[in-house]
Design a protein around this ligand. Structure first.
Ligand SMILES: [Zn+2]
Length: 226
């Protein structure tokens, strides 16, 4: 899934389980669980529908998602400065993970994490940042260690068998002649919509959870009770 989703879910795990030694390994493991869920990565079929290159479709999709998600994130964090910082961190992690090379990605994520930490050092945010960093780290470390990459790919859902593929089989419909035609068929478009909706719900749901005061956790610094 998108790094923003991994980071938001990681922070939410730490919020629900505010113990660093437990939250960080669970957040790390959550990466593989989330990757195993169907999610939108069909930029090639989308490029066929839009008549663009793969990269143009990728950036178009990223822009559409940003236009929708940034106001939603701002709304979720409107009463809570800690959550606003985390939303910004989660969003920026997607940009940091576009960088080529594991060491450059690691440096970018490290700077991002330290930058967020320097903005607000409350116990909540330190814990959320540690878990969010752990949750995104499998993507940060991609291309660094082959056996780890193999495990990462093994846990990832099979891209060619996305949700639309299963819908097509469920309704015994003919498969499109070629991969690029998928984005013109309703089962695939429905599958893509569901995949995007699930990921959006996880991303925004994770951030929304941070606005709720966890049992036993210290009160948030600037939050009004919600
Ligand atoms: Zn991944």
């Amino acid at each position: 899934m998108a790094p923003t989703t991994h980071a938001a879910v990681g922070a939410a795990i730490a919020h629900l389980c505010p113990r660093l030694g437990i939250a960080v390994p669970i957040a790390f493991a959550s990466h593989f669980l989330l990757d195993s869920i169907f999610h939108f990565e069909a930029f090639f079929p989308l490029s066929q529908l839009l008549g663009t290159t793969h990269d143009e479709a990728f950036w178009f999709m990223g822009l559409v998602m940003a236009v929708i998600l940034v106001p939603a994130m701002a709304w979720i964090g409107r009463k809570n400065h800690e959550v606003r910082i985390m939303a910004l961190y989660c969003f920026a992690s997607s940009a940091a993970l576009l960088i080529d090379g594991p060491l450059f990605r690691l440096a970018a994520m490290f700077c991002l994490t330290v930058g967020a930490w320097s903005l607000i050092r409350t116990p909540n945010v330190v814990l959320w940042l540690a878990a969010a960093f752990a949750a995104t780290s499998p993507d940060v470390l991609k291309d660094l260690h082959k056996p780890f990459d193999r495990f990462h790919s093994f846990m990832h859902y099979e891209g060619a068998d996305d949700l639309g593929y299963w819908l097509t089989r469920l309704f015994s419909l003919p498969e499109p002649d070629w991969f690029g035609a998928r984005a013109t068929k309703w089962p695939y478009l429905t599958g893509y919509a569901v995949e995007i909706a699930v990921e959006t719900a996880l991303m925004l749901g994770g951030l929304w959870l941070l606005t709720k005061r966890a049992r036993g956790a210290p009160p948030t610094s600037t939050a009004k009770p919600t």
